[in-house]
Design a protein around this ligand. Structure first.
Ligand SMILES: *Cc1c(COP(=O)(O)O)cnc(C)c1O
Length: 398
């Protein structure tokens, strides 16, 4: 019988896709720590420390800052289902799959959604959001994706947050692919509600969604005319477990919280600024290498994410075959294009633990080898040289 169900034996991959990213051994070890009850005083200590660490990483003083149970999408659903009531006017910036999801989620909650669309690969322009806000009577919120993982675009948010507030709306931000990779400055940017995940920039396994809500957002939550339509994600109840009362709502995923705690300790040990510099440097080297190979980056220049690069598939290469060979021959995972980018781009992630010089070198060498064997014209050997030049110019060895 046991032969039908062999022992679990997953290979050790180099995870250079849109997430999950590679997990530090210290985080894996933390998950093997003894189980505790979800109301054990020792676990409550861990919860309090996670809240403090998340405030450091989100750069906020928000009291309501904790990891929701579930992946990044649960964070989106928690934020929207607690802030939106049926008939509310909301404005959503859409320039990729994750903007589309925002719209879908808000519409399911009965919001009257004004979409502000931008072509894939480009940012949402603040002026367009401003124009949309002017047409509304009483907009409840503006929602935006900080790092659009489907396009590799790095969306500026400060000006849009200011516009939202000028119109009396809350500002909601998806930082699922940005937290831990690039600056996320909740208080300075005046973001009212924000959610992220554990498996991308923070390099823990998937399973929790750090969220943070401003006092202004919590006022809206507390003054709802109707109950939050989701029982599981109801902040009014959950804040009584993560806050002082310690009332049972649902069982916290204990082991995932151990993992997040250790991952956040690693982030703080490295230092936020050092971590952002590491991501920037490795992306600069990757981009130099790709361009030396004659490959083109798809995201709007000046707004490219360091942690997620969209690369156009060159003529003569089959998108899926290349990805398949990267996995089988080099043990590397990269992402496929989604929506209009399907079959046309690869998505190379350098998130958290995965953002390392050896991974940049490996993926460039692997791509050069595979594309070369397909007869795609590439500058043989030049990619590694170009990447190395970036590192030596920065005296870096990240
Ligand atoms: C990955 C991602 C999500 C969804 O997160 P899950 O953890 O897969 O639920 C949401 N938004 C963005 C921008 C993402 O990249």
């Amino acid at each position: 019988m046991t032969s039908d169900f062999p022992e679990l034996n997953p290979p050790q991959r180099v995870l250079l896709g849109p997430g999950p990213s590679n997990v530090h051994p210290r985080v894996m070890r933390a998950m093997a720590a003894p189980m505790l009850g979800h109301l054990d005083p020792e676990f409550i200590l861990v919860m309090e420390r996670i809240k403090e660490l998340l405030r450091i990483v989100f750069r906020t003083k928000n009291e309501i800052t904790f990891p929701a149970s579930g992946t990044g999408s649960a964070g989106m659903e928690m934020v929207l289902s607690n802030l939106i009531e049926e008939g509310d006017e909301v404005v959503i910036g859409v320039a990729g799959i994750f903007g589309e999801r925002f719209v879908d989620c808000a519409q399911r909650l009965g919001a009257r959604v004004t979409r502000v669309d931008s072509p894939w690969g480009r940012i949402v322009e603040p002026a367009q959001i401003g124009a949309a806000l002017k047409k509304l009577r009483r907009p409840a919120l503006v929602a935006l994706v900080h790092a659009e993982t489907s396009t590799g675009v790095y969306q500026p948010v400060e000006e849009i947050a200011q516009l939202a507030h000028e119109h009396g709306a809350l500002m909601v931000l998806d930082t699922v692919t940005s937290l831990g990779c690039v600056a996320v400055d909740i208080d300075a940017w005046q973001i009212d509600a924000c959610y992220s995940c554990t498996q991308k920039g923070l390099s823990a396994p998937p399973g929790l969604a750090p969220v943070t809500l401003s006092a202004r957002a919590m006022e809206v939550v507390r003054q709802r005319r109707t109950k939050c339509p989701s029982w599981y994600l109801d902040l009014a109840m959950i804040e009584q477990y993560w806050g002082g009362a310690r009332l049972y709502h649902h069982t916290a995923p204990i082991t995932m919280n151990y993992a997040l705690y250790e991952a956040l300790r690693l982030v703080v040990e490295e230092g936020l600024e050092a971590r952002f510099r590491r991501h920037a440097l490795n992306a600069q080297a990757l981009h130099a290498g790709l361009e030396a190979m004659g490959l083109q980056l798809v995201a709007q220049e000046g707004y490219r994410l360091p942690q997620l690069s969209t690369v156009a598939v060159p003529a003569g290469a089959d998108e899926a075959t290349v990805r398949d060979r990267l996995l089988r021959e080099f043990n590397i995972e990269v992402g496929a294009g989604l929506g209009p980018f399907k079959g046309r781009v690869w998505r190379i992630g350098l998130m958290g633990e995965s953002a390392r010089r050896e991974n940049v070198t490996l993926v460039l060498a692997a791509l050069e080898t595979i594309l070369g064997s397909m007869g795609v014209e590439t500058a043989r050997g030049r990619a590694l040289e170009a990447a190395a030049a970036v590192y030596s110019a920065n005296h870096g060895d990240s």
